[in-house]
Design a binder for this molecule. Sequence first.
Ligand code: UDP
Length: 237
Amino acid sequence: MALKYKRVLLKISGEALKGKNDIYDKEKLEDVAKQVIKLTKEGLQIGIVIGGGNIWRGKLAGTLELYRIEADYMGMLATIMNALAFEATLRKLNFDKVKVYSSLEIKTVTSSYNYRNAREKLEEGYVVLFAGGTGYSYFTTDTGASIRAIEIKADALLMAKYGTKGVYDKDPNINKDAKFYDYLTHNDLVTKNLQVMDSTAATLSRDGKLEIVVFDIKGNENIVKVAHGDLECSVIK
Ligand code: UDP
């Protein structure tokens, strides 16, 4: 089956890479990396945003009585760690065409973001990682992923969920009668308060006319399958 897209932005939550007792699970990191390498070799241009939730989330500040702003920057740093872990995994698997941009610069290990350079790298067949979220507190990596997807002119934002095959009207783990949506409009996403992404990211995706594909990353080669349009998932456009 042929690829469904030419260029995508893959959003993975930090949780999807988390181990039982550690921040990373080797198999999970390698599984995602191998699928990304496979798709790149098939000709898919892939940008990636990885969240930071396996390490730190800004809202954890409350329990430690820390200020939100510092806590959010800690969360952005966590996303840089995840991007570096993923870059290192790709290199370990002998894939060296990888570039890490960060909105929050650490000059020794990341490059400063420039959308033109990022597009060029994608055209050259590099896997491009976008770390640091938006670079601003009070935002999320979902919003960062929407912005980067629009800026690189991705055909779709592939939103990976862990253990849920797409969008439901209510939590399917609690409600047996939850309705699954295979197709939604951006307005549904913004008005129905569906648990896909936060409202800032949803509004932005609507304004940028960004197609969003919500799929389950848990499963045999599900990233490869969704990139070929060969997986049950929810499409928002
Ligand atoms: N964060 C932020 N600004 C951004 C992106 C992320 O302040 O533009 C912080 C925020 O505290 C968030 C944390 O980084 O809780 C980790 O990101 P996120 O929760 O989106 O990660 P995910 O849940 O996708 O793993």
